[in-house]
Write a protein that binds this ligand. Sequence first.
Ligand code: FAD
Length: 416
Amino acid sequence: MNDDLDKHGQGDTWAAGAEGVYDLVVVGAGISGLCFAHFARHAGFSTLVLEKSAEVGGLIESITVDEEDGFCLEMGAHTCYNSYSTLLEVLDECGGLDLLQSRLKLPYRFWHRQRICSIASRLHFLELLFSIWRLPFTDKDDLNLKEFYSHVLGEDNYRDVFHHAFSAVLSQNADGYPAAMLFKKRPHHRNSVMRKFSARGGLQSIPRAISKTLNIKHQVKVKDIFAENGYIVATSQGEIRTKHIAIATDHKQASSLLRHVNPDVAELLSMIPTAYIETVAVALKKEHCPLEPHAGLISTDTNFYSSVSRDVIADKYYRGMTYHYPAKQLGQTSKLSVICESLNVMPENILFSEEKSQSLPAPMHGHDLIIDKIHSRLQNTSCYLVGNYFNGIAIEDCVVRAKQESSRLKSNPNGK
Ligand SMILES: Cc1cc2nc3c(=O)[nH]c(=O)nc-3n(C[C@H](O)[C@H](O)[C@H](O)COP(=O)(O)OP(=O)(O)OC[C@H]3O[C@@H](n4cnc5c(N)ncnc54)[C@H](O)[C@@H]3O)c2cc1C
């Protein structure tokens, strides 16, 4: 085993056990991996998290524009709710609840035919009135978003409003997405917490707070996993032995990492489509941005899905927006033109910009069958899968999945 990876010095429960074998290695320090490691550590498992990048958070990434002022932009996730009770439970246990920051109530707007307009102005109210009665009688199961919402809100409303709104929420063409995976009823709300929140220093402060209590090795990429008396994890910095292995990466990477250990699950994961997104975040001085404060733009153009505004957190000097585009459709200059046109600013007014490529699962009809098969193939193994392709893509869906999988871990402590 690599020497560096063998030294922890953070207390006995975190160190590898006898003969340098961990109870659990978690691959990936996004919210799924961190929460799984949190639950495992609380149950007394010696746990090591391996993360290929220098930071924790994965798709929760906050870029600081002005350190002194604390102004930052969200490249990925931007909003949490007080219905994220499992996330709040973890954060509470890590002493991170005081990080939460409320958001100003601002409207979302449509970007339609190169103009900004209200969502209401795009609605077909008569059609809505004649369709909505179907809502209590229509089951979401087995329907995709297009089928379900065309039925309960009307076809014209779906085409002109909700298709674009859902595509903005999911950063992908929403039509084929299973209706049951979006807008779930969450049973518990923490009423002591604001309804919608971000965090001081950006949403990434949340995974950072959770990571403080964990044993994490950064810039260690897991390349392969082999089953041998537990597992051998082959990384960019050497091999590690563990009784249990948890994969908390995106589904494509998980498929590749499981090819030797569980080829059936690897094959099932490879069947889940992926949506690729190109993200550009920009910051401007307040006086250079004439647009009214807003929470974000929903685009009816195919050019971009949405722009998420930073106006919801007041700042003295800056405004900022993060634009999400479908991948490989626009070059850098065209992306910038879209930004300048929709904000009504000149390119020279953009003070700061940052780009990132990211991906999300794009579940389709039959996704629940894939997930059921994955569950049955993982039964009675000491291999655990967590991520945003089980319950849904929201942060709370990831944390709930991590909690569910940790029960399986606790019921099989010896890793048979
Ligand atoms: C644009 C956008 C906006 C969003 N907005 C919201 C929102 O407002 N609210 C909300 O609730 N959700 C939102 N989401 C969804 C949510 O952010 C994600 O679904 C969630 O953060 C995924 O977490 P994860 O840990 O499962 O995966 P990831 O965040 O992808 O984490 C996986 C981690 O694994 C690491 N990794 C991968 N391969 C390896 C390897 N071989 N070795 C070591 N490490 C590896 C990666 O570096 C990464 O850190 C948004 C997502 C996007 C893309």
